[in-house]
Design a binder for this molecule. Sequence first.
Ligand code: HMG
Ligand code: NAI
Length: 429
Amino acid sequence: MRSSRIPGFYKRTVEERRELLQEALELSEDDLSVLTSQEALPIDTADKMIENVIGTFPLPLGLGLNFLINGKDYIIPMVVEEPSIVASASHIAKIVRDAGGFKTEASDRVMIGQIQVVGCPDFDAAKNVLLEAKNELMEAANAAYPSIVARGGGARDLDVRILNDSPDSSYGTMLVLHLYIDTCDAMGANIINTMVESLAPTVEELTAGKVYLRILSNLADRCIAKATCVIPPKLLATGEYSGEEVRDGVVHAFEFADSDPYRAVTHNKGIMNGIDPVVIATGNDWRAVEAGAHAYASRFGSYRSMTKWSVDQEGNLVGELELPMSIGTVGGAIRVHPISQLAHKVLNIESASELAQIIVAVGLAQNLGALKALVTDGIQKGHMALHSRSVAIAAGATGEMIDIIAEQLVKLKEIRVGKAKELVEQYSK
Ligand SMILES: CC(C)(COP(=O)([O-])OP(=O)([O-])OC[C@H]1O[C@@H](n2cnc3c(N)ncnc32)[C@H](O)[C@@H]1OP(=O)([O-])[O-])[C@@H](O)C(=O)NCCC(=O)NCCSC(=O)C[C@@](C)(O)CC(=O)[O-]
Ligand SMILES: NC(=O)C1=CN([C@@H]2O[C@H](COP(=O)(O)OP(=O)(O)OC[C@H]3O[C@@H](n4cnc5c(N)ncnc54)[C@H](O)[C@@H]3O)[C@@H](O)[C@H]2O)C=CC1
């Protein structure tokens, strides 16, 4: 692939951008045809994906540019309705690229299946008996889904916990079995749920209890991806703000988020601004990723910042983001949605682990984009300037009028629908 650095891409027309993408990735007309067809998601396909279908709901698909991750260039498809996100990710990726790019890593792709057991006559004895039967249970789980074992995955470990066993607990005591499963390139819901459901009768027999829930856990804390970046302050200088001022502002912003859940939620929303669009574009389950990410942000006992920003001995800004990343490159809607298939082609990835690492790099970039704006000019300048186009459309502007009205709103520093309506009326006259 050619470089993901395509300066001024955003100044081109949609048509020109498609041509540039085709050139950069050597895509065929056929690959791109999904973008120009009347129905990007054919209604017959949509009707098979969910229930009670009456139509489809299109969202913009943009490209995050400039990403250099572990020395490899990536063009990143992002599906999102909010303006300035794609610009901001590309803006920070450009800065980090000049600092050597993002470095990422990932754990093994081990997901968790849970089995809930209640009513055991002796919970400690039940726990011991399950642990003693660990190998047999893992073998039985693998036998329930042999194809994942053939791909090199399958059950890896098993653990048992007892919940609510203190006398003052207001809930009933229960035993929870965790089955740890390597799901290879799948998110793995199907694999995990099949395995835990298959074990339930044996677990009931061994524990003399009753099994209720048999389902994966979205707190996928053994399926982790991590991104880091190290940025010399000179690359952060913005307008009248020195690089050191921006760097220190970002660290203060992190400390604020890490100490205060009210701020942490907004800070982390800014991270998910980058993560969700890639998860959606690649046909993955964003509710699963969201739920896992927020729970992971609370793992030390309170809800905290997902990212960490600090200064190293050379005075560089150091950013880190580590999250559970239960995504896949096969399964679910991934091979069903035609645009998701194109997104995977554009990303040019080999595995779910590679995709997970890209996603956390985008989340880290997105966080820095928002913080850099917040500690300098404020969010309104960059974000609202781009949002002004949506405001103009909401006020009834069409065609060439959209950019003209949007520019006037920015100039007047009044980016609101009421003002836009006045301008649309004047323009129409
Ligand atoms: C918007 C920018 C990037 C402008 O920033 P800028 O400094 O004017 O950008 P620039 O003109 O120097 O351009 C630098 C690069 O940015 C990209 N870029 C620049 N402009 C565009 C554009 N129009 N379309 C596409 N890409 C764009 C592009 O890659 C460009 O490189 P080039 O191609 O020129 O070589 C900046 O102001 C920014 O990042 N703002 C923050 C935006 C943001 O975070 N939005 C999220 C919504 S707010 C929110 O929901 C989260 C929040 C804020 O609450 C989270 C929190 O509180 O932590
Ligand atoms: N709590 C949750 O998060 C839940 C999520 N889901 C949904 O499950 C879907 C994801 O399900 P999956 O089980 O991942 O999809 P899936 O079952 O459709 O795909 C996995 C299949 O792909 C096959 N496969 C082919 N190549 C593979 C490779 N290289 N690595 C691994 N498997 C390979 C496997 O044999 C497996 O049968 C998402 O749409 C999600 O919304 C469903 C239930 C609960």
